[in-house]
Structure formats: structure tokens, C-alpha cells
Design a protein around this ligand. Structure first.
Ligand code: SAM
Length: 280
């Protein structure tokens, strides 16, 4: 069967390179090239952009990104078995696909990309949240990327976009929404993947803000929110005891009742609290 880029269908690629999915690498592949092209389009206009893709696997999303016109795509794949399949794609798009074989948690490829840079990935579930936090927490802001379009387990996607007083609200929502505008742009059932995972998935598109929404020190905000949500059902006067000093006075000083719980406090108040902690 012909495909848009003249390369073989993904099932054939997987068979030819014997890419039996490995669970420990989070390998749940997208084999429908219409679907991967759609995800690529959700990332916005790619024509003048370099794209970083973590975990290309057999290259379904990579092919979508290239067919949708990305200027250049740099992929980082841990599984060496995938490299020959990716090299076939590189040969079809001369000079537009760079393949790095290794662990995305250990290799920093930002310096190899030219702005504007979009990150688009169907992430391995076991490292997805960790990578998101890293991309949101560089030493200086704004970061090297302008947008992130990332596949997560549905539950993680809901935690990213959650608002106060909802079940999924917590540190991930706060740290993300402080510096970016996240939206869930697509839901996918398990059957969209091969093999099918146990959970539903969702694509989140995040646009970075030029400046964080409210002033605060990133490390202090991270620490205060970690402490507050570690015991999310407890009153803040108790969950934040570890900050030391007069915690009740600290909370009251920024307009938070010491009897309130973390899940009731919005981003603006958490930033005010982080500033008060930093000022002590
Ligand atoms: N992008 C492909 C797709 O949509 O069909 C594959 C997605 S699959 C969910 C995740 C991919 O990430 C796998 O190819 C896996 O080998 C790769 N991977 C897992 N851990 C990784 C890591 N630490 N660094 C880079 N790639 C990783």
C-alpha cells in the first residue's frame, strides 16, 4: 500500500526491522500515519521550525512532522534497534532528519537546534513527567523551546491542565501553568497504539509564556508546592511546618488562612507565598 512519503507502511517497517515492542522502554507505537500527521499539525506551523522529538521508535510521528513541513527534525531514541528504520526516513528527507541514539534524560541536544524550536513527542510514559518538568525548569527563562506538543497518559494530561479545587490539581498544574499555557488538544483510546496500553492517552499542547505569570523564585516555588501537596488533605499550617518559623504568620501575611488546604490555593497565592518564604 502506498503512503504519503513513499516509505513502507509502519507495520512493514516494524516487521522488516523486527521491532518487537519492549515494555520497559514504554514502546506503544502509533502506526496510523493519518493520526501522526494530525498530531504534527496540532503543534502549529512547523515550516520555519526545528523540531525535537524524543522517542521516535519506528518513526510514525517523525514522518508526520517531516511531511507537515518541519524545517529540521532531531530525534533522540534510546533503542538502537530503531536506528536503521529512522535512517531510511532520513534518506527520504535529505538534510532534514538528524538521529541521536541515546537516553534523552542524559543527552542535552538543545545546542544542536536553531530557534524557533518546537518539541513534539509521543513520550515514553515512564520518563514523560520528568522530561516535562525539566523543560519547564531551565536555569533561565524563556527556555530554548517555544511550544511543547506531548502525548501523556490521560490522567497526567488532566493533572497538567487542572484548576484549584479539582481532583487532579497539584504541583504539576502549578509548575506548568506558572510558565506556560497548556491545553488538551486530542484524546486517544488505547486501541490507537500497538500494542495497546492499559490506559487512555491525551495530547497536551503547551505554549511558553515570555515571562512567568507571577514573580517567584523557581526553586522556592518548587519546594513550597512539593511540601504543600505532599500532604494535600492537611491544613497548610501543618503541611508547611517544615518551612520553619511562624508558618501561620507567614500564611496570613499573604492572605492565606492557615486552615486552608493546598488544593484550595491558586497559582497567584502560591507565588506570593514563595516570595514571602524567599524574603525571610
Ligand atoms: N514516537 C513513536 C510512536 O509514536 O509510535 C514511539 C513512541 S513510544 C510511546 C516511546 C519511544 O521512546 C520508544 O521508541 C522508546 O524506545 C523510546 N524511549 C524510551 N525511553 C527513552 C529515553 N529515556 N530516551 C529516548 N527514548 C526513549
Amino acid at each position: 500500500m502506498a503512503t504519503i512519503d513513499g516509505l513502507p507502511p509502519l507495520r512493514e517497517v516494524i516487521r522488516a526491522h523486527d521491532l518487537v515492542a519492549k515494555k520497559q522502554l514504554g514502546q506503544n507505537f502509533l502506526l496510523d500515519l493519518n493520526l501522526t500527521a494530525k498530531i504534527a499539525r496540532l503543534a502549529g506551523d512547523l515550516s520555519g521550525c526545528d523540531v525535537l522529538e524524543v522517542g521516535p521508535g519506528p518513526g510514525g510521528l517523525t514522518r508526520g512532522l517531516l511531511a507537515e513541513g518541519a524545517r529540521r527534525v532531531l530525534v533522540v531514541e534510546k533503542d538502537p534497534r530503531c536506528v536503521p528504520a529512522l535512517e531510511e526516513i532520513a534518506a527520504t528527507y535529505p538534510g532534514r532528519l538528524e538521529i541521536v541514539q541515546g537516553d534523552a534524560l542524559e543527552i542535552d541536544v538543545a545546542a544542536r537546534l536553531n530557534a524557533p524550536i518546537r518539541i513534539v513527542s509521543n513520550l515514553p510514559y515512564n520518563v514523560g513527567t520528568e522530561l516535562l518538568i525539566r523543560w519547564l525548569s531551565p536555569g533561565v527563562w524563556p527556555p530554548f523551546w517555544t511550544s511543547l506538543t506531548l502525548m501523556f497518559q490521560k490522567e497526567v494530561a488532566e493533572r497538567i491542565v487542572a484548576k484549584p479545587r479539582s481532583d487532579h490539581y497539584g504541583r504539576l498544574a502549578l509548575l506548568t501553568q506558572w510558565r506556560a499555557e497548556p491545553r488538551i488538544v486530542m484524546h486517544l483510546p488505547p486501541e490507537a497504539f500497538t500494542p495497546a496500553p492499559r490506559v487512555h492517552s491525551a495530547v497536551v499542547h503547551l505554549t511558553r509564556l515570555d515571562q512567568p505569570r507571577f514573580p517567584a523564585d523557581a526553586a522556592v516555588l518548587s519546594r513550597v508546592t512539593a511540601m504543600a501537596f505532599n500532604q494535600r488533605r492537611k491544613m497548610l499550617r501543618s503541611s508547611l511546618k517544615g518551612l520553619g518559623g511562624d508558618v501561620e504568620a507567614l500564611l496570613e501575611g499573604v492572605g492565606i488562612k492557615p486552615t486552608q488546604r493546598a488544593e484550595e490555593i491558586g497559582l497567584e497565592q502560591f507565588c506570593a507565598l514563595a516570595r514571602a518564604v524567599a524574603a525571610r
